[in-house]
Each structure stands twice: as C-alpha cells, then as structure tokens.
Design a binder for this molecule. Structure first.
Ligand SMILES: C[S@@+](CC[C@H](N)C(=O)[O-])C[C@H]1O[C@@H](n2cnc3c(N)ncnc32)[C@H](O)[C@@H]1O
Length: 222
C-alpha cells in the first residue's frame, strides 16, 4: 500500500521556493500577480456557476465548488490518469469537473440530479457522455476506473455496499473517498470500506491537499 504524505511534499516545495526566492526577487512579484489573478478567477468561476445553478435549479453546493476552488478534484484526476484507463465512469459527477479532465477514450458521468447533468452537458458535453441516473443505470460492460467521490459519506456502509456490489464484476479499479476518522468534519459516515475485504485490494491511499479526507484506490479482485 502506498501512502503519500502531503505535508512532506509541501515542506519540500517550500524549501525549494525559499532558496529560489532569495536569488530571484522578481519571481515574488510574479507569485503575487498569480495569487491576485487566482483570487479573481475563483470568484468569477463561482459567480458563473451560481448563475447556472440558479437557472437550472440544482444544488447550490456546485456553485461554491468549481475546479479552481477545490484542490481535491485535481488529486482525483491525477490518481485516475496515473492508471492510463480506456473507460472511466464517474457516479455522482455533478457538473463533470473531474470526469472531463480525466484522460480516457471513453468517459461517462452519471448523476441523479437532472439540472446538474444539463449543466455538465452544457459545459463539457462534447467530450464526455453525461447521463441522468443512478448506479443501476450504468450500462458500460467493462469499466477500467469507477469514481465515486464527495457524496458517499451520506450513504451508510450497507447502502454503499448494495450500490457497489453489482458493479464490481465489471470494474477494474475503484476510486472512493472517506473523511478521516479522527477528523473534525461532521458527516454522517466515515467509511472504512470493510465490505470490500476479499473483493478488492487497496492499492493506495492519497490524502486531499487541504482537507481531512483521503482517496482510496482499490483494485477489484472478484
Ligand atoms: C457534492 S456533489 C460532487 C460532484 C463530483 N463528484 C465532484 O466531486 O465534483 C455530489 C453529487 O452526487 C450526486 N448524487 C447523490 N446521490 C447520488 C446517487 N445515488 N447516484 C448518482 N448521483 C448521486 C448529487 O446529485 C451531486 O451532484
């Protein structure tokens, strides 16, 4: 099992940046400009999504969580891309921020929220197939990577198990997330995925960069 410690990475990056900054003061200015630009870009992103969310009548969460504002999405994209998959399915894809950035020949995003699917189609529909539906609607026969992130904490372990079991025989890898057991976040369920024992092998655990949450990569063995 591979466990990546983000704190170590952050520390290493900081050291490199500090020594460079001593030698090249102008890069500091570039850094400030980058931060100001990012600040306004994120606000613009949120305002645009808020307008779409209002027009298409879907959950306001989406407007507060564009890709530029939630670093965990990039972590998931990198994790999936490292597997070089052909067919990727995301269940609970929202506006399709993650599935759109995954590199794969066939990409499918499923969501039960009709409004979210309409917005996902509007934003990324030329490259990804978006379908309004739940787990039982998934028609793909062979899935290299199945992603379920940032919503399964509302399902009990039993509900998650009954949702996932029918999909396991046609799935190679699973990407799931769980809030840290000792973490401060209040959420209904902090999964340990015990029901996957003897059905899948956990191959890595990757922490989210700025949250008490981890992404679990499983290789299905049944
Ligand atoms: C918080 S959003 C996360 C979206 C996306 N995974 C992301 O991280 O950007 C959760 C999404 O899951 C969808 N969802 C919730 N329960 C679902 C279910 N049983 N089947 C499919 N989608 C579901 C919601 O409609 C919502 O769009």
């Amino acid at each position: 099992m591979k466990i990546i410690d983000p704190h170590l990475l952050v520390q290493q990056n900081k050291e490199i940046r500090t020594s460079e900054d001593f030698m090249k003061p102008p890069t500091e200015k570039k850094g400030i400009i980058k931060h100001i630009w990012l600040f306004f870009w994120r606000r613009l992103d949120c305002a645009f999504l808020a307008l779409l969310t209002y027009c298409f009548k879907c959950d306001s969460w989406h407007a507060s969580a564009p890709y530029s504002n939630r670093p965990y999405k990039k972590t998931v994209v990198n994790l999936v891309n490292s597997l070089a998959p052909r067919c990727v399915v995301e269940l609970g894809c929202g506006f399709g921020d993650i599935i759109y950035r995954v590199k794969a020949e066939h990409r499918y995003g499923y969501d039960i929220d009709e409004g979210a699917i309409r917005i996902a189609r509007l934003l990324h529909g030329r490259r990804v197939n978006f379908i309004c539906g739940e787990a039982s609607s998934i028609e793909q026969k062979a899935i290299d990577v199945l992603i379920l992130v940032n919503w399964i904490h509302v399902l009990s372990p039993t509900e998650l198990e009954s949702l996932l079991l029918p999909l396991l025989p046609k799935t190679q890898f699973l990407v799931l997330d769980a809030k840290d057991p000792g973490g401060s976040s209040i959420c209904p369920y902090k999964h340990d995925f015990a029901f996957l024992r003897n059905r899948a092998e956990r191959t890595s655990i990757t922490p989210a960069p700025d949250e008490q949450r981890k992404f679990h990569l499983f290789k299905v063995t049944i």
